[in-house]
Design a protein around this ligand. Structure first.
Ligand SMILES: [Zn+2]
Length: 394
């Protein structure tokens, strides 16, 4: 009715005073804000000119009152909005009011009208909630230096959490169920005692949303091959661990721009990184002692098997059959593809060989050993004798 808008986070209820007669004439809409916890009461009986509900599926509706003559525009959780309107409708119809779930029109508590908390930082043991829950609305949670030993289930259940920082604790194992976290974009786990990670951690919902993974300064000796499923990963930090090798699937992280694995025990890199376009690679302080040459020749005498040929075709065409289409073991097999330096997809039929890879072709900013070094030994899967001849001569 008026263009003048006065918006406030509010608590909205329908109620009647305890003890009053169950009749529409005693019904009120009760609107409370942080400034006015007692709230304003609007009479329901004969006082509502119209209710506009066209956008109720988005949680929006408007109630037009006669006295005071103004509109109450509401934006709420869609489920709560529908429940509210349903109760209001029954109230206006004056039917079974004693059976409706109504408020007592009591003043609201501060927690009911304040903005939901989106960020929580805990750096002291006594601040870590033990008997109370974490606010459901958290988007950022940082818990540092409190000797946390595990990632708790109630943290993993925070559906809106985007940044989880548990660095500087004593966590040893990551639970497999972490993969079901809904919106996680950054996972900071530096300076813990993580030894190994189960392959499930990098699958599931997390594989689509995670953009930053910091596992530096831990005790890791290996990483699972499912690392390659983190398709949105931009930053990967693995510095100061005990890693000897990295999974070949590293080359599947097509969004990766910043990669560091300095001060590990790497003897080589996977040559699959050749397919990436990164901005910065830091692998300083690794031995890189692998000898160049053939590691294993897995080329079949005759034609590769049908499973391999059909799977390579599927990957090339971007087909992604699920367990509903083909056996689950085949789905897993399909995802285990390797890429030859020529770009061809291969599976078990390949020549595994250690080549010298010029990382300048992968990223403009490099730290390997001294300022002039640009190459490291790299383990390549080559699809044919032809590719072997071509790439080992280079
Ligand atoms: Zn090839």
């Amino acid at each position: 009715m008026s263009s003048k808008k006065n918006t406030a986070r509010s608590s909205l209820g329908i109620g009647r005073l305890p003890g009053s007669k169950a009749d529409v004439s005693n019904l009120f809409i009760h609107l409370c804000t942080a400034q006015n916890k007692q709230g304003n009461k609007y009479k329901v009986g004969g006082n509502i000119e119209a209710v506009f509900t066209k956008f109720v599926s988005e949680g929006k509706f408007t109630i037009r009152f006669k006295e005071p003559a103004h509109d109450l525009c509401v934006k709420a959780d869609p489920v709560l909005a529908k429940t509210f309107l349903q109760t209001l409708k029954l109230g206006i119809q004056n039917k079974d009011i004693d059976k409706l779930r109504l408020s007592t029109l009591a003043p609201v508590k501060q927690s009911q009208v304040e903005k939901p908390k989106t960020k929580l930082v805990i750096t002291c043991k006594k601040d870590y909630p033990i008997t109370t829950a974490f606010p459901y609305s958290l988007e950022t949670l940082r818990v540092n230096d409190v000797d946390l030993t595990r990632v708790e289930n109630r943290i993993m259940k925070l559906k809106r959490l985007q940044i989880l920082d548990l660095s500087h604790n004593i966590i040893q194992v990551l639970p497999a169920t972490m993969n079901e976290m809904h919106s996680l974009a950054e996972l900071h786990l530096a300076h813990n005692k993580i030894k190994g990670i189960s392959h499930q951690v990098f699958t599931g919902k997390i594989s689509k949303t995670l953009r930053l993974l910091d596992l530096s300064n831990n005790h890791m000796e290996y990483l699972p091959h499912t690392l390659g499923q983190l398709v949105s990963l931009v930053t990967l930090r693995l510095d100061n661990n005990f890693l000897k090798k990295l999974p070949i699937s590293l080359g599947k992280l097509t969004s990766l721009k910043f990669f560091s694995a300095s001060n590990n025990k790497l003897v080589e890199l996977p040559a699959s990184v050749f397919h990436l376009k990164m901005e910065n690679i830091d692998v300083f302080g690794n031995p890189f002692t692998s000898q160049l040459g053939i590691v294993a020749n897995n080329m079949p005498k005759g034609v590769p098997n049908l499973r391999e040929i059909a799977s390579a075709y599927c990957v090339k065409r971007g087909l992604r059959p699920t367990a509903a289409d083909i056996p689950a073991t085949l789905v897993e097999y399909l995802q285990s593809w390797l890429k030859c330096l020529c770009g061809r997809i291969c599976y078990e039929s390949h020549i595994l060989t250690c080549i010298s890879l010029n990382l300048k072709l992968v990223a403009p900013a490099l730290t390997i050993g001294n300022a002039f070094e640009t190459s490291t030994p790299a383990l390549a899967t080559l699809c044919s004798q032809k590719c072997f001849d071509k790439f080992t001569k280079r």
